[in-house]
Design a protein around this ligand. Structure first.
Ligand code: SF4
Ligand code: SF4
Length: 268
């Protein structure tokens, strides 16, 4: 994928900001590791700083506000207003499982241009909620994409990849071109490192999968996006072309087992 630099900014498809780690669901193979993570909420001041820093050097087509479940953030309206003010990309998309969409305030609706709603077999969204969202979106000219998610990509590995496997997975992974993210002053080509560092014994190793955005110029960001060397995170990941599995909610026992396995795999 080409990453042209225009007016000092790398042109990209999308940039994700994950404003919560936790979720009101616990899907197996959640790419954000939400079921195994503690409650965490983005601080509006840090959110503003990250967006100010990244917009100097990156111009995504759209900024995605994601989680966990972003509607669990009590300051969602303030965060969306900041994103709307700073105009990092041409448009703003809110990505949600939809269950709490009745709570989306009028001001929040006015800050977004796109809404992506994941539809799971279990729990399914009530029909009247779907009608409400479709009506509000149409009234406000917000583009909605309803995404049926009955299969999940099995990203998590059960054992560490060899260097050759990690290199091959990284080389073929489309996620790193579609899910760039920013968190705590670091720009990442995908979203996995910002989460793995939260449960890894040595978080710094996975933080180094990203680029400190405050001191980076556009050329450094493009170098990161086009590098051939796999990330540390790729040793734990099957990549975007991994096999699919039927969507299911994890039991508390399965969550515990998954957490233990991942912590073991990230041991130095
Ligand atoms: S709804 Fe999304 S964020 Fe929440 S557990 Fe499922 S996949 Fe993860
Ligand atoms: S960790 Fe590596 S293989 Fe996994 S999604 Fe990110 S870039 Fe792709």
């Amino acid at each position: 994928m080409d990453y042209p630099i225009v007016d000092g900014r790398v042109q990209t498809r999308a940039l994700e900001y994950h404003i919560t780690d936790h979720c009101n669901l616990r899907c197996d193979h959640c790419c954000s590791f939400s079921p195994i993570l503690k409650k965490w909420l983005a601080d509006p001041a840090a959110f503003r700083e990250d967006l100010l820093a990244v917009r100097r050097v990156v111009r995504p087509s759209f900024l995605k506000i994601v989680g966990g479940e972003p509607l669990l953030h009590p300051q969602l309206e303030e965060l969306l207003a900041i994103a709307h003010e700073l105009q990092v990309g041409a448009r703003i998309q809110l990505t949600t499982n939809g269950l709490l969409l009745r709570q989306l305030s009028s001001r929040s609706w006015d800050c977004i241009q796109m809404l992506s709603v994941s539809l799971y077999p279990e729990p399914s969204l009530p029909r009247d909620l779907i009608r409400h969202v479709a009506r509000e979106a149409a009234r406000r000219n917000v583009e909605v994409s309803w995404k049926m998610q009955d299969k999940f990509t099995c990203l998590d590995r059960s054992s560490l990849a060899t260097p050759a496997e990690a290199a091959s997975t990284f080389a073929g992974c489309w996620i790193r071109h579609r899910c760039n993210s920013i968190k705590d002053g670091r720009f990442y080509s995908c979203t996995r490192p910002q989460y793995i560092r939260k449960f890894a014994a040595d978080p710094q190793r996975f933080a180094s999968d990203g680029v400190p955005v405050l001191t980076a110029d556009a050329a450094r960001i493009r170098q990161h996006l086009t590098q051939s060397e796999p990330l540390h995170s790729c040793f734990l990941c099957n990549g975007g072309d991994a096999p699919l599995d039927t969507h299911r909610q994890l039991t508390p026992q399965a969550i515990g087992a998954k957490r233990n396995l991942l912590v073991t795999l990230t041991a130095p």
